[in-house]
Design a protein around this ligand. Structure first.
Ligand SMILES: Cc1cc2nc3c(=O)[nH]c(=O)nc-3n(C[C@H](O)[C@H](O)[C@H](O)COP(=O)(O)OP(=O)(O)OC[C@H]3O[C@@H](n4cnc5c(N)ncnc54)[C@H](O)[C@@H]3O)c2cc1C
Length: 303
């Protein structure tokens, strides 16, 4: 496979990459998807708010997506991208397995890695009280007591949203760091703010039963929403000279999902919040169509 030339190489096998692959391949572009669906944020998720699949299992949804992309003609490589280079108007993608593959167009669909509290038990309780997404899991905590952890606007928004569902909302934060309008709104709302506090323990064996703060206070909550932001796979992007958005955390794209570099597109969580399947597949669709059109034009021009 080394040296093989594709019209479009898609980096990421989550919802954004799979939808991009389906649309690009159906436009008769040769398409390679590099990535591991097991590493998609959606893989272990229980997805209730996406309009268009019968299943709520993220793993099953991805399996369906891979089958559709393969039926459409896309090829898959179950590995990681290690390096990217621009040469003479095309791009070379080096993988962890040592392949060096070329393409006219690239789509960045590598998702994000959510920042963790890194407390004992946090990982094991994900989906059993610990969540990184109020839009996804908020409705599961109707009339339950919950805590949101974080100091920024996302944490404030999450806490205000949870007031619609939960019967008690705590916001645990070392120092509120959000615009004054939002800080005022939080103070006027029914959210109980624990400013200057840190969480030292998440309690619970099979499901979250409470939190311990650094002054020893215990909060009897059944849900903990961790809103500490996320890291994008932006190192590769930055090394190639791709511009980031104003937050300097996500890839900046226009309405065609184009980055500032010709032939490079991005879609999904890597372009910023809301981190949702619906947004990822929408952006993936646009990126796939645009990347295929660009690559096919380049090929026809013989460049
Ligand atoms: C616990 C949880 C629950 C969620 N619940 C919901 C929900 O109910 N509803 C909802 O809409 N959304 C939910 N989400 C969010 C949803 O999963 C994401 O928005 C969605 O998966 C983003 O799709 P993506 O394709 O952009 O990235 P991802 O799905 O994260 O896929 C990223 C892909 O990039 C690949 N990759 C990363 N680095 C490299 C590299 N160097 N080389 C090659 N490939 C690479 C990975 O292997 C992976 O295949 C949830 C997320 C979590 C964590």
């Amino acid at each position: 496979m080394t040296g093989k030339f594709y019209d479009v190489i898609i980096m990421g096998a989550g919802p954004a990459g799979l939808q991009a692959a389906i649309h690009a391949a159906r436009r008769k572009a040769s398409v390679l998807v590099i990535g591991q669906s097991k590493k998609s944020s959606a893989y272990n998720a229980h997805i209730e708010n996406f309009c268009c699949t019968a299943t709520q299992s993220g793993a099953e949804m991805l399996e369906i997506g891979i089958a559709k992309a393969e039926e459409s003609g896309a090829e898959f490589l179950d590995t990681e991208v290690m390096a990217l280079n621009a040469d003479n108007g095309h791009y070379t993608v080096e993988t962890a397995r040592g392949e060096a593959l070329k393409a006219y167009a690239l789509i960045f669909a590598m998702g994000i890695s959510r920042n963790k509290l890194n407390l004992a038990g946090e990982k094991d309780l994900v989906g059993r009280g610990v969540s990184y997404c109020v839009d996804c899991d908020g409705p599961l905590f109707k009339k339950e007591p919950v805590a949101v952890v974080g100091c920024g606007s996302a944490a404030a928004g999450a806490a205000l949203t949870m007031l619609f569902y939960a019967n008690e909302v705590h916001l645990v934060c070392e120092k509120l760091d959000m615009d004054s309008f939002l800080a005022e709104k939080i103070r006027e709302s029914g959210v109980v703010v624990h400013e200057g506090r840190k969480i030292t323990q998440i309690k619970g064996d099979d499901a979250v039963s409470g939190l311990v703060l650094d002054d020893g206070e215990e909060l009897a909550v059944t849900g903990v929403f961790i809103e500490l932001g996320a890291k994008g796979a932006i190192d590769f992007a930055a090394r190639l000279g791709i511009l980031l958005d104003d937050t300097m955390k996500y890839i900046a794209v226009n309405k065609k999902q184009e980055t500032n570099l010709t032939g490079i597109y991005a879609a999904g969580d890597i372009c910023g919040p809301p981190w949702q399947v619906a947004k990822s597949v929408g952006e993936g669709c646009v990126a796939g169509i645009e990347a295929a059109a660009y690559a096919i034009k380049r090929k026809q021009e013989g460049r």
